[in-house]
Design a protein around this ligand. Structure first.
Ligand code: ADP
Length: 628
């Protein structure tokens, strides 16, 4: 059994007390619910007693007023129970929803806080599961399991006591059905844990496969692999159905089994109790009450058996959520960090050496290992290029991605970073924004070590123009405003006019309110970059970090982009991961990188004249761009 339980890394008690913190703000409501629960359960327990009285006092003694009294009381008690349950249910749902809303908010807040290295280590799908699936199982747990478990236990104990009080020997006889019932329940729990786990895993594989196919649809269709994807999807859904059927088969044995045993119990009570009624040493009323209690007896047992699963699931989900909440970002403001005022834009990298943390399998610093259901582990066989890159990283020993980088950039200078893929260009600019921290060396902005200022004030100095992602699925206007949240519509238009994108936007049917489809796929690469330029311009930063699009654009757009680039970079320090010769030639410094080192630097002319690495790059690759 032990190996199919979710493995918990923290003591369960700690997890539970931490989770209880989430309902603490609603303590008064929780106490109210528990109080109501005691009332409804008591009402439930009282009902058979009233029936007993109605039979014994009313029917047996032919006393119609007693009969009226007890049936009236029975009705009253039932109304109390129904109304109580209704209020109880509503409040339980209310507490569950509110507690989970705060869990979700805290998770999201944490996600915003965590540094990029965390996102290198964890899959987006897993991180989403914390906010969706795990939060849901926690909510179910808070809403149903907690209160029901308390009320079921209360009812169960109440029934046992009342049965013993009414007739202890009949009660003891009835309890003989408990051992088979416990054995059946134990067997069911043991088996179902394994089978339901298989179901969850199969469901996980289905959604991972689906996600992968949808995300990679361009590749799927380009390679005409629809049939393969279809077959793969059929395989995984077939597996899911098989697993579900196996689990349901078990339930189809358990539930009727419990029913059978309880019917046997009822038969015993009717047979033995009935004989005693005939002998005159048991009243009919007590026998009927007994039968009613017996009927009520099995529901809490069955419910408790089922809840145990929810309990385990919630403990595992809760633990995964707490693991995220307890993760500390590795890059934080120093306690004595100061606000950086607007910089002039002098940048210096001194002797910077950097490597990414090992992302190797067991070396998961956040305690997330073992947290996924195992379904996610085989997700990235196909998928997006990033996935492939990440998988390569999993096996490669961490090595220095940047080595001994020294760089001095004057305010307003433009630096073009050139070099093969993987040379370390993107990494270098990420360090400037302190998204990662170098293991060795120092980075200075206006002579101030960037680790001594607050990250917000550091990043406020810069605007990023990513290659082609980076537009959100909203209107063009809102995408532009992301650069400066308080920009007015006029300012947005002014910026767009400056980068020359206004005409194009204005010509769209809905103008600035045109929705950029997810990922901006309706816009061309050039247009997307121009929108990104405008957004950056609106932010009016000291520094621009630009990852130039690699795909070629038509000559008109190219000219437009170069003009916009000129406007954007003027007077600002800029780092451009450059792919176009037209961009490189205007740089004040061309920095040629190879395997994490700066191997050459100078202006385009200097480097050409030197006939070194850059010259080679120019003659083999870059020149083509000029001919376009
Ligand atoms: P470039 O921008 O010049 O193409 P990068 O800076 O992206 O180069 O990459 C430099 C090296 O660092 C490559 O070997 C790449 O695989 C590795 N790398 C890039 N990003 C990460 C990351 N987030 N985690 C681990 N390794 C990475």
């Amino acid at each position: 059994m032990s190996d199919d339980k979710p493995k918990l890394e923290r003591p369960i008690f700690e997890t539970l007390t931490r989770l209880l913190d989430f309902i603490k703000p609603y303590r008064r409501r929780v106490s109210g619910v528990v109080f109501l629960m005691l009332i409804t359960s008591s009402a439930q327990l009282l009902a058979p007693t009233l029936v007993r009285q109605a039979i014994n006092r009313g029917m047996e003694q032919r006393d119609s007023s007693a009969l009226m009294l007890y049936s009236g009381l029975f009705l009253g008690v039932t109304i109390v129970e129904v109304v109580g349950l209704r209020i109880q249910l509503f409040n339980m749902i209310w507490i569950g929803q509110n507690a989970i809303m705060s869990v979700r908010e805290q998770l999201f807040h944490k996600y915003l806080d965590l540094d990029l290295a965390y996102y290198d280590r964890n899959r987006v799908g897993d991180l989403m599961a914390r906010v969706t699936e795990d939060s849901n199982s926690l909510q179910n747990f808070i809403t149903w399991a907690v209160v029901n478990t308390i009320s079921n236990s209360f009812t169960l104990v109440g029934i046992i006591i009342l049965m013993l009080v009414f007739d202890w020997s009949l009660a003891l006889l009835t309890f003989t059905i408990l051992p088979p019932m416990i054995v059946l329940t134990w067997w069911w729990r043991r088996q179902s844990a394994v089978r339901y786990r298989a179901v969850r895993e199969a469901v996980g594989v289905v959604s991972a496969t689906l996600q992968e196919s949808l995300a990679g649809m361009r590749i799927v269709q380009a390679f005409v692999r629809e049939f393969r994807e279809q077959a793969r999807f059929r395989d995984v859904t077939t597996n899911e159905i098989t697993a579900s059927l196996r689990a349901d088969k078990l339930a189809s044995i358990f539930l009727p089994g419990i029913d059978l045993i309880s019917q046997i119990g009822i038969a015993i009570v009717i047979g033995v109790g009935g004989l005693r009624v005939l002998n005159g040493d048991l009243t009919t009323g007590t026998l009927v009450a007994f039968l009613m209690y017996l009927n009520m007896f099995f529901d809490p047992i069955r419910d408790l058996a089922m809840r145990l699963d929810q309990f385990q699931e919630a403990a595992a989900a809760g633990e995964r959520i707490l693991n995220v909440l307890d993760t500390q970002p590795s890059i934080v403001d120093r306690p004595d960090a100061v606000e950086m005022t607007r910089a002039r834009g002098a940048v210096e990298m001194r002797n910077v050496t950097f490597r990414y943390e090992s992302t190797g399998a067991g070396g998961n610093g956040s305690g997330q290992s073992g947290a996924s259901d195992g379904a996610g582990d085989d997700v990235s066989e196909v998928g997006e290029p990033e996935d492939v890159l990440q998988d390569v990283d999993l096996v490669v020993e961490p090595e220095d991605v940047l080595q001994d980088v020294d760089l001095v950039v004057e305010p307003g200078q433009m630096v073009a970073l050139v070099g093969h893929t993987g040379a370390g260009k993107s990494t270098l600019v990420r360090l400037l924004g302190r998204f990662y921290e170098p293991q060795v060396g120092q980075i200075l902005l206006d002579g101030t070590d960037i680790t001594t200022v607050t990250m917000q004030s550091l990043r406020d100095q810069m605007a990023w123009v990513p290659q082609d992602t980076g537009l959100f699925a909203t209107t063009i206007r809102e995408n532009l405003r992301y650069g400066r949240l308080d920009a007015t519509d006029d300012e947005i238009e002014a910026a767009a006019k400056e980068t020359g994108v206004h005409e194009f936007i204005a010509a769209l049917p809905k103008g600035y309110d045109t929705d950029v489809e997810e990922g901006g796929s309706r816009l061309s690469t050039g247009q997307r970059q121009l929108i990104s330029f405008t957004r950056a311009l609106l932010a009016d930063p000291v520094m621009i970090i630009l990852d130039e699009a690699t795909s070629s654009v038509d000559t008109v757009t190219e000219l437009q982009m170069q003009a916009a680039l000129g406007k954007l970079l003027r007077g600002r320090t800029s780092f451009v991961i450059a792919h176009r010769l037209s961009t490189i030639v205007r740089a004040d410094q061309v920095v040629v990188m190879d395997h994490g080192r700066i191997i050459e630097r100078g202006t385009h002319e200097d480097l050409l004249a030197a006939e070194g690495h850059y010259y080679h790059l120019y003659t083999t690759q870059l020149q083509g761009h000029l001919d376009e």
